[in-house]
Write a protein of this length. Structure first.
Length: 255
């Protein structure tokens, strides 16, 4: 883990920019870590990256002075414990739909008396030589982000963000629209209403809100900044690579 002020920046509503890692190879992580992001997310919810590679990617990212987050596969004790013991600077927990879900995520991430996390002695704890330092770091600097991606999460949002230990939120628009029976149909009035409610509640409580702009277009990022989002993921590893290659080949084939 890094001894930095990222959690304080997020909670204060400062703009931070990250990106998404879906390819389980340290070269990919190193390339993105050199690009100037504040943080990078290793996504193990939708990608076959095992825990050994997660630790390698965390180590690679942190070696460049960039925070390494993991979007865990689910709000479950063992997977959260694994990625945190591997040294992650924070977690993004999917499908937080209620206050109980948020409390559970914090319980799994934080040691007593704040939470209920069990103690292991791995990379994060310097293999047993730095537990006291790490315990203090978890209490003060570990980042826990709740992913709001179901209509129930919108309905219960005020209770979710009231939970001590939840440092920010990130909307999941695809699954949110899917939970309403219309996946990807963001222009539907009810979907737009749900997204607007997310913004209104977060702004009313001055609570950090996040968005993953998958389209690798900086103009789209600026749109989200203007809307008030401050925890913003920009693009993905495969889209940066694929879009650049496709655009180049399009130009060459047109000649």
């Amino acid at each position: 883990m890094l001894n930095n002020t990222l959690r304080k920046r997020i909670k204060a509503g400062e703009l931070t920019l990250g990106s998404w890692i879906t390819i389980g190879h340290p070269n990919v992580a190193e390339i993105l870590a050199n690009a100037g992001f504040d943080w990078l997310v290793i996504d193990i919810e939708h990608n076959p990256i095992d825990i050994s590679m997660v630790q390698t990617l965390i180590t690679t990212i942190q070696s460049k002075g960039v925070a390494a987050f993991v979007r865990v596969s689910k709000n479950e004790e063992v997977v959260i414990k694994h990625v945190l013991d591997a040294g992650a600077d924070g977690i993004i927990v999917p499908m937080i739909c209620s206050k109980a879900d948020a409390l559970q995520a914090v319980d799994y991430a934080k040691y007593p008396p704040i939470g209920k996390r069990g103690v292991g002695l791995a990379r994060a704890q310097q293999y047993g030589t730095g537990f006291e330092t790490y315990k203090k770091w978890v209490a003060e600097d570990l980042v826990v982000i709740a992913q709001i991606e179901h209509i129930d999460g919108i309905k219960n949002l005020e209770e979710i963000i009231s939970v001590d230990g939840i440092d920010g939120t990130i909307i999941g628009p695809y699954d949110l629209s899917g939970s309403m029976g219309m996946p990807g149909e963001f222009e539907k009035p009810v979907v737009k209403e749900a997204l607007a409610k997310y913004i209104d509640i977060c702004k009313a409580h001055q609570f950090p809100m996040g968005f993953h702009v998958v389209n690798a277009d900086p103009a789209k990022i600026q749109e989200k900044i203007d809307e008030g989002y401050r925890f913003i993921a920009y693009g993905t590893d495969f889209l940066f690579m694929g879009d650049t290659a496709a655009k180049g080949m399009s130009v060459l084939k047109d000649k």
